[in-house]
Design a protein around this ligand. Structure first.
Ligand code: FMN
Length: 236
């Protein structure tokens, strides 16, 4: 199984350890090939808000040299894992900065069919609050990229460090991630037979209608046209 992990923080804290437990459990079922990206090391810019990606194409992004390898890693994956600790009730700033750069791949613009048969997982840890909102931020991107099957892991660790997590809680986290690994392995194995989410079909149809009516952005329309999506070809 090819796995791409985007770590929303560089250090090996509680979030990293949760992700590592998931990888170890998946590896106990089958062979895995993992590409790990760390933020901000592998994408260190904020979105400039220049609209270039939308209007001229993603290659014209001022940060394309860092964005292209991220997109290539996402395209190559059977499983995409996004991780972030809760910072101020949301994802880390560096994770948000990356997700902003990838809005051109949302259904409303130029969704990438290479992500449609992918499984996605978000992993977040918190001292106490903010799991839902933080999870939603990462899940929104997976959803609007068209990732077919999505899972979440939300851990209230009640600690500032992995080593401070009480034994009982640690065992519960280990159990949760072992269970999640079974679900993920099954989802990847059956991804081709799974139906695409209703949301994806609905968004595709709404956007197709907008693109046919010329939409707001010729670059997006051109992309939909090239894919044959405006002439009846369906991606799912
Ligand atoms: C800058 C910063 C902001 C944080 N904001 C919150 C917060 O809003 N709510 C909360 O319960 N914990 C908050 N925390 C605690 C972390 O979410 C928590 O300790 C998490 O497990 C750390 O994960 P890590 O070890 O992977 O870095 C914050 C920590 C930092 C460093």
């Amino acid at each position: 199984m090819k796995i791409t992990v985007i770590n929303g923080i560089q250090h090996h804290g509680s979030t990293w350890h949760c992700k590592d437990l998931l990888l170890q459990n998946i590896a106990s079922h089958l062979e895995i090939e993992v590409t790990e990206l760390y933020l901000p090391r592998d994408m260190s810019h904020f979105c400039a808000g220049c609209f270039s990606c939308f209007l001229k194409g993603e290659d014209s992004c001022p940060h394309a040299d860092q964005i292209k390898p991220v997109v290539a890693a996402l395209e190559a994956a059977d499983l995409v894992i996004l991780t972030s600790p809760v910072y101020g009730l949301d994802v880390s700033g560096q994770m948000k900065a990356l997700l902003d750069h990838l809005c051109f791949m949302w259904f409303s613009h130029r969704p990438n069919p290479q992500l449609f048969n992918t499984v996605g997982v978000s992993i977040t840890t918190t001292a106490g609050a903010g799991l839902s909102h933080t999870t939603k931020t990462m899940q929104n991107s997976l959803k609007f990229w068209g990732v077919k099957k999505r899972f979440t892991s939300k851990q209230a660790v009640a600690a500032l460090k992995w080593s401070d997590i009480p034994e009982k809680k640690r065992r519960k986290i280990e159990k949760d991630l072992a269970a999640l690994s079974h679900q993920v392995v099954r989802a990847v194995a059956t991804i081709d037979q799974r139906r695409s989410p209703l949301f994806a079909k609905m968004m595709f149809n709404v956007m197709k209608r907008m693109m046919k009516n010329n939409g707001w952005n010729p670059k997006d329309r051109e992309y939909w046209q090239e894919k044959g999506w405006l002439d009846g070809t369906k991606p799912f």
